[in-house]
Design a protein around this ligand. Structure first.
Ligand code: URA
Length: 176
């Protein structure tokens, strides 16, 4: 599947990408994190969450004793939208079959969605009602007997607003 994603031309983002960011971590992870889309640094390196938001994500993971190697991290979109604009509905539609396959393959016990785009897509795709992340961050939704969905603020919210950090830290504790 990775080769297919790396050669993908299902939407126009292939024209402006440097690298496809498939995702990384353990393929037998119990916990999966899903962000929005690669940014500048992720596009350059082909790895998820390696820029400023990634640094905050690493701190948050550290704060609850989680290591990147034991989780799996990916995004709703595998290619960077130019200028980091929001993903378009047609891009989400074209790209998320890859995410669906990744979820099926990894078969996690918990899916942590980072920000509104991932939260909307995942809750809706498991037949649950989505709401703005400001209302549902840190809540635990039962998607099935064996799968919890935990919406979290996107770590980027703490890049320019340090007041968000303690809220993120509290929410991350709910993962365990
Ligand atoms: N923001 C995201 O949502 N994903 C990344 O991989 C990097 C920044």
């Amino acid at each position: 599947m990775n080769e297919e994603i790396k050669n993908c031309r299902r939407c126009d983002l292939w024209k402006t990408r440097t690298n496809v960011v498939v995702g990384e971590g353990s393929l037998s992870a119990d916990i999966m994190f899903i962000g929005e889309a690669p940014g500048y640094n992720e596009d350059k390196q082909g790895r998820p969450f390696v820029g400023k938001a990634g640094k905050i994500l690493d701190e948050l993971l550290n704060s609850v004793g989680l290591k990147r190697e034991e989780i799996y991290i990916t995004n709703i979109l595998k290619c960077r939208p130019p200028g980091n604009r929001d993903p378009l509905p047609e891009e989400i539609k074209a790209c998320t079959p890859y995410l669906d396959e990744q979820i099926e393959m990894i078969d996690p016990r918990k899916i942590c969605t980072l920000g509104n785009f991932a939260t909307d897509y995942i809750l809706t795709s498991f037949g649950l009602k989505s709401e703005n992340i400001g209302r549902i961050h840190g809540k635990i939704f039962k998607a099935s007997e064996t799968l919890d969905i935990i919406p979290l603020y996107h770590p980027a919210v703490a890049v320019y607003n340090p007041n968000m950090r303690p809220i993120l830290i509290e929410d991350f504790k709910k993962i365990l």
